[in-house]
Write a protein that binds this ligand. Structure first.
Ligand code: AQP
Length: 333
């Protein structure tokens, strides 16, 4: 079974990306059900909103170093950069021509992101992003795609596009299944805990970057927005801030939320936040150490060269098949 996932280098990876995605990839790479495991840097997706050239390059490399520092093992996982596999945008275009504008306009993420960008202008890429995401998945005959809540709708569209193509041109794509990640946790903004933690949030206090200085991490958790109730209790509706910190602490320690509620039932928020901050620091410190060891080494390029070659090998076979089915170019074997 083949597993595939990617993250956009649209900023420095947050604790949300780590808990919701990378930490699970690291666990899953040892799952014998997955005989092939692909993880990529979604740089083509990142440019759906403006990126500064130097920062983008830095974020791409940094994301690869973070993958490795978090424990992804290139012996088990093929790590590559999306833009180094030209078949991604090629298949994205073909799928766009088999999709409908209405389907794309209905995507919640498009509605949210385009609304926020009214003043600067909304790129066409922001609208067509889900067809490129479908291409990412379908190119590799991916069986399982991990999906957070926010990506469910996009995976549904991927399945629709795959089925539509298969019906029109004959069996071509594997229709992928969603994979509910082991933690499945959605980490919320530390400043607006009803909103998801995002690496591109303009307020740096709202997220913990994996590379934040240890003291900055502690400070951000200490100043996380909570409530006046002063009870360490999980209640997403009425106490989103504390519930978010409980989720974070549980994911970093492996201690269940009910156990944490019991442990802190007589504690004030200050004590709880202090312990939560230490739990996050304990989780991130070894990752930062490893990151600093490899960020300037040639190891990153070695991993990426090998990942690029493998991904191109698979993707080129698939895109040829798709071109033949559609009647593009000249017939090839
Ligand atoms: N807050 C979160 N909690 C749990 N999981 C999260 N993910 C993102 N934010 C959280 C998961 O991280 C993976 C990669 O996400 P992405 O970078 O491709 O896109 P995103 O979801 O748009 O992430 P950001 O951080 O919010 O990026 P920007 O700010 O650029 O839009 C996905 O598996 C996602 O579920």
């Amino acid at each position: 079974m083949r597993f595939l996932s990617g993250i956009q280098p649209s900023g420095t990876i947050t604790l949300g990306n780590y808990i919701g995605a990378i930490k699970n990839f690291v666990l899953l790479q040892d799952n014998p059900d997955f005989t092939d495991f692909l993880v990529f840097v979604a740089d083509l997706h990142a440019i759906t909103v403006p990126q500064e050239k130097e920062a983008l390059r830095k974020n791409i490399k940094s994301l690869v170093a973070i993958y490795l520092a978090c424990g992804l093992n290139p012996e088990k996982v093929h790590i590559f950069i999306q833009s180094e596999v030209p078949a991604h945008p090629m298949l994205g275009w073909i799928l766009e021509c088999n999709g409908y504008i209405g389907e794309l306009e209905r995507m919640t993420q498009y509605k949210d992101k385009s609304q926020k960008r009214q003043a600067e202008g909304v790129s066409v890429g922001l609208l067509t992003y889900p067809s490129l995401m479908a291409a990412d998945i379908l190119l590799y005959d991916t069986d399982m795609v991990p999906v957070g809540q926010d990506q469910k709708q996009h995976l549904e569209l991927t399945r629709t596009l795959a089925e539509r193509f298969n019906n029109k041109y004959g069996d071509t794509f594997v229709v992928p299944e969603p994979f509910i990640s082991p933690s499945g946790a959605k980490i919320m903004s530390l400043q607006e805990p009803t909103k998801k933690m995002s690496k591109s949030d303009p307020n740096p206090k709202s997220f913990i970057s994996l590379l934040d200085d240890i003291n900055v991490i502690k400070k951000k958790i200490r100043s996380a927005v909570t409530d006046l109730d002063a009870k360490v209790k999980y209640d997403k509706e009425n106490k989103p801030g504390i519930s978010n910190l409980l989720t974070i602490m549980s994911c970093c320690t492996g201690i269940s939320i009910p156990e944490l509620e019991e442990k802190y039932k007589d504690s004030n928020y200050q004590t709880f936040k202090e312990d939560c901050a230490n739990a996050v620091v304990n989780e991130l410190e070894p990752i930062q150490k490893k990151y600093n060891e490899i960020i300037n080494s040639s190891y990153i390029d070695e991993v990426l060269d090998s990942g690029r070659d493998y991904a191109n090998y698979l993707a080129n076979k698939k895109i040829k098949k798709v071109m033949n089915k559609v009647g593009l170019g000249r017939k090839t074997k």
